[in-house]
Ligand binder design. Sequence first.
Ligand code: NDP
Ligand code: 2IT
Length: 453
Amino acid sequence: MSFKPSHNKTLSAISAKFPEQAEFNQAVSEVFSSLEPLLKKEPKYEKYNILERITNPERQIIFRVTWVDDNGVIRTNTGYRVQFSSAIGPYKGGLRFHPSVNLSIVKFLGFEQIFKNSLTGLAIGGGKGGSDFDPKGKSDGEIMRFCQAFMNELFKHIGATKDVPAGDIGVGGREIGFLYGKYKQLTNLYEGVLTGKGLNWGGSLARTEATGYGSVYFAQNILEKYRLGFEGKVCTVSGAGNVAIYTIEKLLHIGALPVTCSDSFGMIYDENGIDVHALKEIKEVKKTSLKEYLKYRPQAVYTPLSEYPKGRNLIWSIPCFAAFPSATQNELNLEDIKELHKNGCKLVNEGANMPSTLDAIAYMLENKIFFGPAKAANAGGVATSQLEMSQNAGMTSWSFAEVDSKLKGIMKHIFDLSYETSREFDDDGNIMLGANIAGFRKVADSMIEQGIL
Ligand code: NDP
Ligand code: 2IT
């Protein structure tokens, strides 16, 4: 297994044209590095100029969002929706509300979403959006007014068969509710235009759990291939949001021992296993700092971010069998992976999008650490979003068990497809290479079949 940074001319043109878009350059570089054997074997992709076409979003919408805070002050943020690819279905992907959001972040997420959605085997194209709005410390009223102002522009560009946004960092059930209400008021349509909706008004059972559960199902598929399992194994998880919480919950279900979680201010280490009920109460109900965890489990250890070693994520210095980065991009770097490896870590499974830096990935592949890449490992969320769209379109609803069983089947399909594709290209077990090639090939072939657009 190997990983070489790509030096292809499209990538050079992108970095020359968008030097400030570091995250987008990184995401393209990772995909292109995997595609080299495919491009050698199949000249048609070069003939149809697929690399240049696929890295240019079909449409990018950037808009002003003006709203009024609780003190009557008029505030302005920037909104984004990047409709990257509709080759295999309507644009589909989340919305992120975080102060770090800019065009580079939205483009990297939208670009990855194309291949992730393709891997699910479902008919969904790729898109992403969001805003530099910071939900931290805002009242429910402020969140509502911001969401309504955001939808005031976004509604012009989305629709149940056109573009279907969902949640991501800073956007959960509450925000989807406010966004949906405003869309309905503006369009007079009751349709599946957003996923992650409330269960009373069109949401799907198991969508809340899907990304975290799916991530663990994916990791189980990897281990089963090598006749290994999770029973009694110590796992570390970063993040304390939607993905991290349900990763921890599923790890507990299957008899593993998740011992960490983290938020923007610090981390918890609980060697007896994270109390997921406490975690849900702190993060889903009270929406407060993880430090509160000590009130539930005084024996746990809380370390604030200010005490992390410089340039390091302290979570990755806890010895573990498997690590599940589930917070944000570039949260696991070369030094982190070296320490994980030294401490006996056998598997890194990416719940977040692009959590590992390129040099950390190269190290994992060179040192035969099992690696579940984000596009494959965290695809359970968007796959279940498509199940929600499907239920909405059919005006029906399925039981939790039905959705969960479809989710398991989809995660197995993604693993099998990625694994078999890695074998086809003589890079046995390189799931990242297999996932990137398989995800790309379906979209690229569809573009060729649909003509020059
Ligand atoms: P949430 O907003 O629910 O949770 C994010 C968590 O990560 C929070 O605990 C947050 O801390 C922490 N976090 C966010 N940014 C930073 C940062 N810059 N530094 C440190 N901690 C940070 O988001 P999700 O759980 O939905 O998303 C997590 C990751 O998973 C993202 O990469 C997202 O793109 C990806 N993803 C999400 C899917 C979904 O269905 N939700 C599907 C597939 C991937 P705090 O609590 O302080 O805010
Ligand atoms: O990154 C992702 O796949 C998501 N945030 C979920 C997208 C979705 O449409 O459910």
